[in-house]
Write a protein that binds this ligand. Sequence first.
Ligand SMILES: *[C@@H]1O[C@H](CO)[C@@H](O)[C@H](O)[C@H]1NC(C)=O
Ligand SMILES: *[C@@H]1O[C@H](CO)[C@@H](O)[C@H](O)[C@H]1NC(C)=O
Length: 540
Amino acid sequence: MEVGFSLFLLSGMLMCGLLLRTVSQYGAHVDGPSKKPNFIVILADDIGWGDLDVNQPDKKANNTPYLNLMAEQGLRLTDFHSPASTCSPSRAAILTGRYGLRNGVTHNFAVGSVAGLPLSEVTLPQLLQKAGYYTAMIGKWHLGHNGPYGPTNRGFDYYFGIPYSNDMGCTDISGYNLPQCPPCDSPGPQVIRLKRGVHGGCYSKVGLPLIENSSIVEQPLDLWTLTEQYKSAATRIIQNARERGQPYLLYIALAHMHVPLAPPLPPDVSATASRPDDGKVYTASLREMDDLVGVVKSASDDTDKDNTLIWFTGDNGPWEQKCQYAGSVGPFKGKWQTSRGGGSAKRTTWEGGHRVPTVVYWPGRISANTTSSALLSGMDIFPTLLSLAGVTPPSDRRYDGIDATNIFLHGERSGHEVLFHPNSGAAGTFGDLQTVRTGKHKAFYITGAAEACGGATGRQQLHDPPLIFDLERDETEETPLEVQTPEYQAVQERIARRREELLWDIATDKSVSAADYTTDKSAAPCCDPRHAVCRCHPLG
Ligand SMILES: *[C@@H]1O[C@H](CO)[C@@H](O)[C@H](O)[C@H]1NC(C)=O
Ligand SMILES: *[C@@H]1O[C@H](CO)[C@@H](O)[C@H](O)[C@H]1NC(C)=O
């Protein structure tokens, strides 16, 4: 039966090639513009929900004028979440539309990681590339830099940026960080500096590399000119794609607002001062980021304005332990946690760690000056862009993102009915479903383990029954619902059921990947191993 049907189809296709083409042209005509839209995704690093001026109008700050303008000309999403609260898992979920429990990326890759995002995973750029898109990426990859794991082997035609975080390697002139990291080649026991570890320590053995396609073009790179280099690369990519008349995906994963910060400083803050404070460095850096966004927006507006969707968001909340160099969580203070010690932003599932400033802009298609409180996630970028490009993702695996097209274009209000936040900080259970959102309710199964400014780390705690907060009444997440109340019972039952359903769905997903987190010194990107810190050219 099935064979006969396909044979019939095949012969039909052979005979009707001409007819098919006519039909598809006709289809394009009735469905609207046949031109595929361009996509620019800008992902800020460690940005706080409160860093976007228009998220906190009462503060009357003016640090993000271009993003404010983009919100005024587009749609601001107020309940948009990063898929995880650290770098690699968040980025992996954005590019695959799947939770870390499926794509295998549950914590960060290292300088010496031999692998990365599992090769069995299908990425957004791969699918768009196949559909005729030019795909380019600028900035931080952090999904494995070695051989087949690099961006140009995972769907990007062009890549220019840093293989991992900007604090994972020394530079000749350090940026602002806490602790302040020494420049490359500075005397002193490197071993001790290395021992301070991944969180808050300084990597000093390998210079921070700048990579184009799959080659190191500078090592160590110059932090202080990186923004200008990103600006020119973005402008060039947008203009060239326009000249070729090819639709494009440009993914810009900014170094901002991750430490070390290297902002153009206002005159009253000197780059040599050891502790310039009052958030001036952070603010200057925020303005620099906003300016970069403005340059990208005007390059797009000057070329293919009505046919380009720009999506600005963040990879996770602020890195609180960096004190004056960390962003603002706005009203989402995670008071239950902070009153017990410990951070409530990056590496946690408190709102401060997950809710990220997000704006989508598409003149003529997305209504100007609108906001939506639909519950959405960075995982939705994958299905939404594919849907707008008319591409169907492979059906041999399951996805967790939802297509937000109707929310963006037609004012539909409902986003995810249920959204899970994986554990990105508590040891031993990386990737586990730590927290569950449904409507205004949020349930925690694990809390703690992230460092606050000053060094206090909240004790990791399991909660059974879970802590449940009502975010509408209590956005600071201070007082959980009483366990005995009918409200609590109803929410807990619902959440527990949905959690079981998801775990079953993952267990029966035919394509679940496991990431290889093995490290080896030889895997570190190194321009020339004969020179200290892998420098491309000896200091002259
Ligand atoms: C990177 O690849 C592009 C083609 O996609 C090419 O034009 C460019 O020269 C390459 N750059 C380097 C440094 O290899
Ligand atoms: C945008 O909306 C706000 C509040 O709804 C309003 O005050 C403002 O004037 C609007 N801006 C424009 C440019 O329409």
